[in-house]
Ligand binder design. Structure first.
Ligand SMILES: [Zn+2]
Length: 112
């Protein structure tokens, strides 16, 4: 289990066990050190949002460029973007182009 603390804050042992994730006002987990018996709660904060394809999105739904810049959105193939760039119809980068397509409901992927 990936633990934010990684070790006991009391004795520094890494032999720690997390209980169930609890959700009330906060999301938190009670963690116990197996070595010294110290107990603490780890409180989790919202990290980020992803769309159905696993792309990180901002609060407006705009896709943030992935860590791997060669990924593509299956609905908007890179080949389409390259075709449009080749025609001189856009000077946007690929992910900026994907976002502009999503805002334009008229867009449908090229079939060629
Ligand atoms: Zn401990």
């Amino acid at each position: 289990m990936n633990k934010p603390f990684f070790h006991c804050p009391n004795c520094k042992s890494k032999d720690i066990t997390g209980g169930n994730i609890e959700i009330d006002v906060d999301v938190w987990q009670e963690v116990t050190c197996e070595k010294c018996g110290y107990e603490w709660n780890e409180i989790y904060l919202f990290s980020h949002a992803e769309n159905e394809n696993g792309n990180e999105i901002d609060k407006d739904g705009k896709i943030l460029p992935p860590l791997d810049p060669w990924e593509e959105d299956p609905k908007y193939p890179r080949a389409d973007w390259q075709y449009i760039v080749g025609n001189g119809d856009t000077n946007l980068g690929y992910w900026d182009w994907v976002n502009s397509c999503k805002e334009d409901s008229e867009y449908s992927p090229l079939k060629a």
